[in-house]
Structure formats: structure tokens, C-alpha cells
Design a binder for this molecule. Structure first.
Ligand code: DX5
Ligand code: ZN
Length: 217
């Protein structure tokens, strides 16, 4: 099993001082910085776009793990790539052509990943596993932080991990939604190796301890 990576989601930060919040998770041991982009169409919530992300970028050199919850990711890849994304994750349920979007991400030298919502089966990503670096399995309905972890997603994580191993591929499995010290061992056991956590990191008194407790749980 790969080393466990922790990607705190800034969705749960105090956006009035986002720069300081990003610098803090950087200092406190985050491996990646998870950036949630929502368009109010693919999900019923709006966050921010590439110009705002470009400003966040100034506060950390860490890997920017950009999660696009938007209807037409293909159209925006260029903007997020130029704004400093390192990895770009888009949804298999979006309206964009999946192969074209993966190619567009690679064209800008960025790392492509595909995400599945809770209602989408594991098999939806199987045709793309040899073209991407990561699968993001949503463990809540995308759109909001602070929701409860859906334990019924564990078999999906396991099925994707088995398919990756069966084909001898090297693909990360990321989980996002309701990840905390209690749920982390379950997703790791199922085969996830990149854990996103919003409330569990930003809601904690001691940020470093929160990150380490999720990593080592
Ligand atoms: C939800 C976002 C998540 C969210 C996770 O749509 O994709 O990244 O911030 O928040 P928690 O960890 O609080 O469930
Ligand atoms: Zn996310």
C-alpha cells in the first residue's frame, strides 16, 4: 500500500483570511491542498473560480489538488492550469467528453483524476484507469462540507482498488466527504490512499495533531 497522503479541503477554512489558513495547513503537515470549485449548476453551491484560486496559490508551494464540481470542466481546464493547479479532478457525471478533458489536462502538464458521485458505480471509471493518476470516490453527495460519511461507499473503493491491482496500474484512490479519525481506518482498509478532510482539519484546535491523527488512524 502506498504512503497515506492528507489533502485538507479549504472549503472549511475562514475565507476572510484564506491566505493565512492555507499557509497554516501547509506548515501543519498537509501533503496536498484540496481546492473545491463549485459552479452552482453541477452542485447546488458556488465557491470560486480560477482568478481566486490563483491568489490562494501565492500562500503555499504544495501540490494543489483541484476538485472541479462543475458541469463543463473541459472549458475551464486552461484557466485552472494557468492559475496554478497541479492535479485536476473532474466528474465522470459532468457534460464534458471524458477523454478530451483528460487530454486537455495533460496538454497543460497537469495530473488528471476522475471522480464519481455516490450514485455512480465503480465501473464508470474502469475504461479510464490507464489514462489517469487518481480516482476520487465521493463519500458524501458533493456540494457541501460537514456531511456524514457514507459507509456504503466502502465496497466501491474496494472494487476500484481491486481493478487497479488486477491491471497492475499505479493509480491513487482519493476519498472526500466526512473523513475524520473515526472513518479514516475504514477507507484505508478498503484501498484509499489520499484522504481529503475539511471540517476534521479546520474544526480542530490543533491542526497538526488533526492531520497526523487522520494519517495514522
Ligand atoms: C464536498 C467537497 C469536500 C468537502 C469535504 O463537496 O468536495 O471536499 O470540503 O468536507 P468534509 O471533510 O467536512 O466532509
Ligand atoms: Zn472536494
Amino acid at each position: 500500500m502506498n504512503k497515506i497522503l492528507i489533502s485538507p479541503s479549504i472549503l472549511a477554512c475562514d475565507f476572510s483570511k484564506a491566505g493565512e489558513e492555507i499557509a497554516k495547513i501547509d506548515r501543519c503537515g498537509a501533503d496536498w491542498i484540496h481546492v473545491d470549485v463549485m459552479d452552482g449548476h453541477f452542485v447546488p453551491n458556488i465557491t470560486f473560480g480560477a482568478p481566486v484560486m490563483k491568489m490562494f496559490r501565492r500562500h503555499s508551494e504544495k501540490f494543489f489538488d483541484v476538485h472541479l464540481m462543475i458541469s463543463d470542466p473541459l472549458f475551464y481546464i486552461k484557466d485552472f492550469a494557468n492559475a496554478g493547479a497541479d492535479g485536476i479532478t473532474f466528474h465522470v457525471e459532468s457534460d464534458s467528453d471524458i477523454d478530451e478533458t483528460i487530454e486537455e489536462i495533460k496538454k497543460y502538464g497537469k495530473i488528471p483524476a476522475l471522480s464519481v458521485k455516490p450514485g455512480t458505480p465503480a465501473q464508470a471509471v474502469f475504461p479510464y484507469l490507464d489514462k489517469i493518476s487518481m480516482v476520487l470516490v465521493m463519500t458524501v453527495e458533493p456540494g457541501f462540507g460537514g456531511q456524514s460519511f457514507m459507509a456504503d461507499m466502502l465496497p466501491k473503493i474496494k472494487a476500484i482498488r481491486e481493478e487497479i491491482d488486477r491491471r497492475n496500474l499505479s493509480v491513487h484512490i482519493q476519498v472526500d466527504g466526512g473523513i475524520a479519525e473515526k472513518t479514516a481506518p475504514l477507507v484505508k482498509k478498503a484501498g484509499a490512499d489520499v484522504l481529503v478532510a475539511g471540517s476534521a482539519v479546520f474544526g480542530a484546535e490543533d491542526t497538526s495533531a488533526a492531520i497526523e491523527s487522520i494519517r495514522n488512524a
